[in-house]
Design a binder for this molecule. Structure first.
Ligand code: 5CA
Length: 447
């Protein structure tokens, strides 16, 4: 993309309404614009990152054996009356009435809708196990929408639902989700720690929240510092293996790590004092096992091997897709702007032309742009007629992890400059080598 033809409405001033750094930076970098309280338009740069995050979530869900689908945002109130949550959900639920006077609602979550789909189409234990998921906009009329996409009213969520014959099978699904989430967050450059939590309006006893440690997080958390040394890394997991998934769960959840809702001072005191930590965290996901709560209420049964009708065991599992943008920025920025992890960056690198209009510089930039594009990378070429300082400031603000700077002086010596946004280290090297380096960083083989 050439910046002169892109739509990147960066702001010079720091918006007064934004209280935390991720919100400020998303507004300044032209990623989002508030449409009304807690509701945002996703401008091109923000939309690109949102899609990248969504893609990682999809890939990891499919890898775990979960099946993508799509349910609507507007739901009929009938199903929610069946489960008893129509009244229980309270003022957080946005209720609307259609022209025929029918009660509808903008879905805050989808347990009812998916249970209805299940009971309509699945009747036998032979069709289990089954995990269906979708990535869809949700609406919760939060009393205090704030911090931009962090606590929105409209937000994008991945929500998945497992259906199993037995409690053991459903707990395997729970563990499988935990493993897939660890992989998902790490691919985004995040450490998200599973912590024992409270199940709230979803229900059930078994639940973990995934928290990214950050001073601006809304949850108070208590944990054993050993937990931050754990890395999932690139280990191969057989998601069908009960033992392998169970082993990962035990590794990542055996140390003390709880949100304030489940915190227990007496238990915490058993952690050696020098390892006890109190901090704040951003909840980027939550997994639940709630047994037969919805299948009992809505008659979702299957015939077991003996032909008896038994209610299915269920769980639901959510990732805050739009919230993740805020969480990643909170975890990865400096005074000059965002620092995108390579896994989610909107463009793979920036190209800064120090002297637009200089024949040689223009040609070198075009050549770089063409070569990078040809190997499947997406550079953002700042081809505007602007001062170098302004171009650097924009690149730093929008946070592309790598920048190639091209100017007449370097070109005389046959070199361009490759700069890491994170370390600010710069290196002069011939354009072909700069391309090879970027390709290697993104795992692309070049001849
Ligand atoms: N049905 C279950 C799991 S699919 C569920 O709704 N879980 S949840 O309530 O925990 O939401 C899942 C995730 O959505 C949360 O972990 C959080 O990351 C995100 N989320 C929840 N509320 C908001 C909000 N108001 N703004 C942005 N993200 C939110």
């Amino acid at each position: 993309m050439r910046l002169s033809r892109y739509f990147l409405p960066v702001l010079k001033e720091t918006p007064a309404e934004a209280q935390i750094v991720s919100h400020r930076l998303m507004l300044r970098a032209g990623m989002i614009k508030q449409a009304s309280a807690g509701i945002y338009s996703w401008l091109p740069l923000g939309y690109k990152v949102l899609r990248n995050i969504e893609t990682i979530v999809h890939e990891e869900q499919v890898r775990a054996g979960h099946i993508p689908m799509l349910m609507p945002t507007l739901q009929s109130a009938e199903l929610w009356k069946e489960s008893g949550r129509y009244d229980a959900y309270g003022p957080e639920m946005l209720r609307v009435r259609d022209r025929h006077g029918r009660d509808m609602l903008y879905g805050p979550t989808n347990e009812e809708l998916i249970t209805d789909i299940f009971r309509s189409h699945v009747g036998s234990y032979k069709d289990l196990p089954l995990t269906l998921y979708h990535i869809q906009w949700k609406f919760r009329d939060e009393i205090r929408p704030r911090f931009g996409v962090m606590r929105g009213r409209e937000f994008l969520m991945k929500d998945g639902y497992n259906f199993d014959l037995t409690k053991e099978d459903a707990l395997h699904a729970y563990n499988r989700h935990l493993v897939s989430y660890l992989r998902t967050y790490e691919r985004m450059g995040l450490q998200a720690i599973p912590m024992r939590a409270d199940s709230g309006p979803i229900g059930g006893d078994d639940t973990h929240e995934f928290l990214v440690l950050a001073e601006t997080g809304e949850s108070e958390v208590f944990y054993d510092s050993e937990i931050t040394d754990l890395k999932f890394g690139d280990r191969e997991i057989d998601y069908d293996s009960v033992d392998q998934c169970q082993a990962v769960l035990e590794e990542f959840t055996s140390r003390y790590a709880r949100t304030d809702e489940t915190h227990d001072e007496a238990e915490f005191a058993k952690v050696p004092e020098e390892r006890r930590r109190t901090a704040r965290g951003i909840e980027v996901g939550q997994i639940f096992y709630f047994g037969t709560k919805y299948s009992d209420a809505m008659g979702a049964t299957v015939a077991d091997a003996e032909g008896n009708k038994v209610p299915v065991h269920m769980g639901s599992h959510g990732i805050g897709v739009s919230r993740l943008l805020g969480a990643i920025i909170e975890a990865s920025h400096d005074d000059n702007g965002i620092i995108w992890p390579e896994g989610v960056t909107p463009f793979h690198c920036g190209i800064v032309n120090l002297k637009q209009g200089d024949e040689e510089a223009d040609a070198a930039c075009e050549a770089l742009y063409g070569s990078l594009t040809a190997i499947g990378l997406e550079p953002l070429y700042d081809d505007r007629n602007e001062r170098a300082g302004g171009k650097f400031a924009t690149m730093d603000l929008i946070g592309l992890p790598w920048r190639i700077t091209v100017g007449p002086r370097g070109l005389k010596n046959g070199v361009v400059e490759l700069t890491s946004r994170r370390t600010v280290d710069s290196e002069e090297l011939p354009p072909e080598q700069a391309i090879a380096r970027i390709a290697a960083i993104y795992g692309i083989a070049t001849a």
